[in-house]
Design a protein around this ligand. Sequence first.
Ligand code: TXA
Ligand code: MG
Length: 347
Amino acid sequence: MENFFSTRVLKPSEQNIALAANELKKGEVVAIPTETVYGLAANALNESAVKKIFNAKGRPSDNPLICHIADVNDVFTLAKNVPKSAVLLAQEFWPGPLTMVLQSSGAVCPLVSAGLKTVGLRMPSHEVALKIIKAAGVPLAAPSANTSGSVSPTKAQDVFCDMQGKIKYIVDAGACMHGLESTVISLADENEAPVLLRPGTITKEQIEIVLKAELQVSTAITSELESGQKAQSPGMKYTHYAPNAKLILIDASTEKYIAYVNEIAKENKGVAALCFDGEQKALNCKAISYGAVENAKEQAQNLFSSLRKLDELGVQTAYAHCPNSEGIGLAVYNRILRAAAFRVVQL
Ligand code: TXA
Ligand code: MG
């Protein structure tokens, strides 16, 4: 796509929130902060506005968008046959980083649902996001504000790098609190148990406590779709979070990880490590830590910004120390596995 706009980064003043809401009402796209990652927002009821999101991101048109609301009651206008479990989950986790896929009422335009009969709904907790949705007066479709396939943005500067010239405004409210996208669950099939489609900082275990039942976990969360296998969520089919460097995940103890990377670094100066705190000093190559080994919440906060830093180093190959996949760790593992295009070395 050609670059048409000079992109402005706005502080989240009341005046700029009104300006952003006005742009959204006019059918334009605006990048907005949320507590997970920055989103590229447009009026979910306006087909031509939503189309601009797909164009700016270069997103495949069969990948649906999450629709953001500021009032729980909007669930009942945007979705139909809403199960009791969805109401319980909303009471517990909204506003917050949980997306529920429900049967669409047909109110959002077909492009938001990418032709499916369902719609993904989320009420974000970020104060600025809520103010913008309320001021716009419409539900906002918003995928992560990155170029399709690249690393999700956790700072306004990341959005600027990807969207410069493609959108007019980015509302900058600093770094996102969670750093990883929302947990996505499907409650759309009345005859099936709820399914976890994408892990996030609201964990499977937390959801199970509310549901008082086991949550099915899509196999696509921890393994590659087989050729011909149908994706439960279209987003599972696509390359994600890919840094420019070839990332390889090393599933090993600290000792083995360091020995393996140092052996490669002896011969090859163009490599880097994506490691845990304290491992840098033993590594004989450029190294970026994405958090403490036992702190999944911190790893979630840092992962995407660390992947962007790796690219700034300009290395060709990077070796990432594999995280523990318990609790929030499942979300970290899911993203890093995709960033590594499922290349894993087990030692
Ligand atoms: O935290 C987040 O969820 C962020 C912020 C901006 O809210 N948004 C985000 O959107 O991550 P996106 O488009 O990057 O990821 C949405 C994911 C995709 O994997 C998509 O396939 C899935 O949710 N999804 C959306 N609607 C769906 C639906 N109706 N059925 C199945 N999957 C759906
Ligand atoms: Mg995304």
